[in-house]
Design a protein around this ligand. Structure first.
Ligand code: HEC
Length: 145
């Protein structure tokens, strides 16, 4: 019985994670939004530690850093097809300036790569540069809300 309940709980947890963008009909758009949500989660972990809102944990910080490097590398493939959806905040300028968009994704990857997550002070030093790469791309390629 316990095992069955555990399975139900896991299924519910996974379903919960998947409903986040149920209102997005275009699967490609949904996938790139979920990729960005992953970027947000990892950035939130590092930012929270840098601000002292979450206790510093070098291992968790290292995992978040690696997630950002991986997510940055995944951005070009996720955005390559010029898919649109009413819920999307992506601007058509992405596909008119594709090389620049890719460069901005690479800049995010480089900023994440440059983060030293072994030490809180070094993490704090690198967060500004990382945040700047989010802002640079969003400013050019995302509808302001
Ligand atoms: C190379 C460009 C680029 C970079 C770099 C980038 N983003 Fe984005 N981001 C986008 C675009 C484009 C969208 C809009 C996607 C859509 O709605 O189709 C977006 C959307 C988002 C969203 C909303 C996702 C949703 O659920 O709708 C979040 C959150 C986000 N980005 C966080 C970040 C953070 C944090 C960083 C930096 C660590 C970052 N992004 C770096 C291009 C970028």
């Amino acid at each position: 019985m316990k095992k069955v309940l555990g399975t139900v709980a896991l299924t519910m947890a996974l379903a919960g994670a998947a409903v986040a963008h149920d209102d997005v009909a275009n699967e490609a758009v949904k996938a790139r939004m979920m990729l960005m949500e992953g970027v947000k989660t990892a950035t939130g972990t590092l930012g929270g530690m840098a601000k002292g809102e979450i206790g510093f944990d070098a291992e968790k910080a290292g995992t978040a850093r690696q997630a950002l490097i991986d997510h940055a590398a995944a951005i070009p493939a996720a955005f390559m097809a010029p898919e649109m959806d009413p819920k999307s905040t992506a601007l058509p300028a992405i596909w008119e300036n594709w090389a620049d968009f890719e460069a901005k994704a690479a800049a995010m990857g480089a900023a994440a790569d440059a983060l030293d997550t072994s030490d809180l002070a070094w993490l704090q030093t690198g967060m500004g540069a990382l945040g700047g790469t989010c802002a640079a791309c969003h400013k050019a390629y995302r509808i302001k809300k």
